[in-house]
Ligand binder design. Structure first.
Ligand code: BDP
Length: 703
């Protein structure tokens, strides 16, 4: 049964007879000189992959070739005489610690495909690359390549709690069985690490940003060390979240003041203890003074003081502190979208070299669409990592098919204009704009212990695409979708074209049926599932910046958040020419219009429609796209195994129902302000607003 457990690493037999014959002749013998745990993982993966793809296990050993056979050799010049003799010093020089070269060479009488790297982990990545190329039926002539990652830290952040729940997790419970660790090592840990390595992920933060200090205790560190021990051979370093008040909670101190010497000594000793357990410990991820978490401001200190305290503690071990820029305060009434910039930009230049700021893609919170975070253009002296979210907290959870690569690519390609045109977010985070520094990109995981890892079969594509973009942000979302579909389902062109089109359009669909034209934060309170445009401070007894009305500002005059100079002036946080472009309703991209402007209901749109009519049209377009996905998918039954076909079909039916729920709730609610009829071509809502406001789902996952 195809249950999705194998992800994109299925290694099904190559379907094309010609390619199969060519691959068989080329990869009949496997040579692996060297014997580290990582090299063994690479060798075993290649054996497994070739056996599945070619239907025969490659021969191993030093025996010479039989006529018509050729070999594949993997290794480093230091560990493998064969690789050293292949004369790859030139191309290898450009591939760094993690890159690789795949090259066809003659060695003596034999033609050998060589997967070479400077370090064993590069060999592992090269093997996965080669297997992907074979899975996607690449002609032999196109296999030659040299590749190196563009950012150093490619990280998955788990928001997993020690009790097994996952904050914003929609695919079951945590993969980490803390109770049975360190003695029982679930085989799934290895499968997880393999999957991460296959897409180039080299760092994993195990624990929730809303952190429990327990993970830093003597009871838990051996458990962490056991996981790190499994992950190490797959090139993965482990990070932990650090609760800022841990010195009080588990250290018995009376303060966590970052300038207190006792506190600094405590963190240093704690870091030393961690490094005794995990010599390659990556460092700490920290959420501080945000949404009720403790932090340096509790002692009148700055975020830099806090980050530097922890950075000094892990410096000796070669660790990093990843300080999250997702900070905003309950006691400040500045536009929430502005607060991180206001607080953090004055600190540029004050962070230790091993402290980085991790910035969400947009200034509010992983909404279906946001403009890029203005911090990316404003901290030239501080290394910035990009944080995106794979778990679909604001994208329909694991029930909606939403391919996120276009969203991630949109922010990577966004031009900050920090140093003139071409200063893209990608160039900020890969170090090419501001010079050598730690570089990285992180994603909030969408995995859990459900059999298929991510809940929705298509949610696996987001995990896959993130890894690929983290390795090379220039890749095209369509090409990544194509690879994933081929590896996960089928190489048949009749399947690939419609399925790729469906995936590519699936990002704009929730933007339209949830929050079109720059609207944002319209979801239900707390669990964030389903629409709640009516959520308001008094009505729901919640702070203003956690409500919908704070963000959409609907009134009789119009809709949207005025962030121009007449409003919160958030546009001023962007460089010219963006601040002028965003600040002018005639120049602002329509997809961000209501993010930056409060506009009359009859504001003329590019289509010639009024704002109200356009809003109705966009909500309808979102629903229509989901209906179209259902039709497309039903036409693809012949190419997909029944289990996964039906699973996706049923989830798409839920998605359609929920897209209608979003559209009807939002349009009926906004109509109470616009007081305009639905345009003739808009599908009239089936239920009343009162009825829709009554829907309060219980036990929603992931809180
Ligand atoms: C929000 C989530 C919340 C997280 C927070 C964060 O709703 O659960 O703790 O982000 O990133 O999206 O810290």
């Amino acid at each position: 049964m195809e249950d999705g457990y194998r992800l994109w690493l299925r290694y099904e037999p190559v379907a094309s007879p010609e390619l199969l014959a060519a691959y068989r002749a080329t990869f009949s013998r496997l040579v692996c000189e060297g014997n580290s745990p990582t090299l063994r993982a690479a060798r075993d993966e290649l054996t497994r992959g070739l056996t599945g793809l070619l239907g025969a296990r490659p021969r191993t050993g030093a025996a010479g070739p039989s006529p018509g056979e050729s070999a594949i050799a993997i290794g480093t010049p230091d560990g493998s005489p064969l690789v050293a003799a292949a004369g790859l010093a030139g191309p290898l020089a450009a591939t760094g610690d993690e890159g690789f070269v795949i090259h066809r060479a003659r060695v003596g009488a034999e033609s050998v495909t060589i997967v070479a790297a400077n370090r064993d982990v590069g060999v592992l990545y090269g093997v996965f690359h080669l297997l992907r190329r074979l899975q996607t039926e690449t002609p032999l002539a196109d296999l030659e390549t040299a590749s190196a990652p563009r950012v150093k830290l490619r990280m998955i952040d788990h928001w997993d709690n020690l009790d097994g729940t996952i904050e914003r997790g929609y695919a079951g419970h945590s993969l980490w069985d803390w109770h049975k660790l360190p003695d029982y090592l679930s085989p799934r840990y290895e499968d997880y690490a393999r999957a991460e390595a296959s897409i180039g992920i080299n760092a994993v933060c195990l624990t929730n940003v809303n952190a429990d200090p327990l993970v830093l205790t003597a009871e838990y560190l051996p458990k962490v060390a056991a996981l790190a021990g499994v992950f190490r051979r797959w090139g993965i370093r482990v990070f932990l979240t650090a609760r800022f008040s841990a010195p009080i909670e588990i250290g018995g101190l009376t303060t966590a003041d970052p300038l207190d010497r006792g506190v600094a000594a405590w963190w240093r000793a704690k870091a030393e203890e961690i490094y005794r357990h995990i010599p390659d410990f990556g460092g700490f991820v920290v959420k501080a003074n945000s949404e009720g978490q403790p932090g340096p401001q509790d002692y009148g200190r700055t975020h830099a003081d806090g980050a530097n305290l922890l950075a000094d503690a892990v410096a000796a071990g070669g660790g990093l502190v990843i300080w999250r820029a997702f900070v905003y305060r309950a006691d400040v009434d500045e536009d929430r979208a502005k607060q991180a910039y206001t607080e953090l930009t004055p600190l540029d230049g004050q962070f230790r070299p091993n402290a980085v700021l991790q910035v969400k893609n947009g200034p509010v919170d992983f909404q279906p669409r946001e403009p890029f975070h203005p911090l990316f253009g404003a901290m030239s002296k501080t290394p910035l990592f990009l944080e995106v979210m794979l778990a679909q907290e604001y994208l329909g959870f694991a029930t909606h098919l939403v391919y996120e690569a276009p969203l991630i690519k949109e922010v990577l390609d966004a031009d900050t204009f920090a140093a003139g045109a071409g200063s893209t977010v990608a160039r900020v985070i890969d170090g090419s704009l501001h010079g050598d520094r730690p570089t990285g990109i992180a994603a909030v995981a969408n995995t859990g212990d459900e059999r298929n890892w991510c809940g929705h079969p298509f949610a696996q594509a987001n995990w896959f695409a993130f890894g690929r973009l983290a390795w090379d942000h220039r890749l095209d979302p369509a090409a990544i979708a194509g690879d994933w579909l081929r590896m996960t389902f089928s190489n048949d062109a009749r399947f690939l074209a419609p399925a790729t089109a469906m995936m590519l359009g699936s990002r704009e669909a929730p933007v339209n049926y949830m929050t079109p034209l720059g609207l944002h934060h319209l979801m239900a309170k707390d669990h964030h599932y389903g629409p709640g445009p009516w959520v308001a401070p008094e009505r729901d007894n919640v702070r203003a910046d956690w409500t919908s009305v704070y963000y959409h500002r609907a009134d009789a005059a119009g809709l949207g958040f005025d962030r121009t100079v007449t409003g919160s002036d958030a546009v001023a946080q962007y460089h010219s020419p963006l601040r002028e472009r965003f600040g002018d309703p005639a120049a602002c991209p329509e997809e961000l219009l209501l993010w930056f402007h409060h506009l009359p209901w009859d504001h003329p749109m590019q289509s010639g429609r009024t704002l109200w009519d356009e809003l109705c049209q966009r909500y309808d377009a979102g629903v229509d796209f989901v209906c179209g996905m259902r039709e497309t998918w039903s036409d693809l039954a012949a190419y997909v195994d029944l289990d996964r076909f039906e699973h996706v079909a049923e989830l798409l039916a839920i998605q359609e129902k929920e897209a209608r729920w979003w559209r009807d709730a939002c349009l009926l609610y906004f109509q109470t302000f616009s007081r305009r009829p639905f345009p003739a071509d808009c599908t009239p809502p089936q239920r009343s607003l009162a009825e829709l406001m009554q829907i309060r789902p219980s036990h929603v996952p992931g809180i």
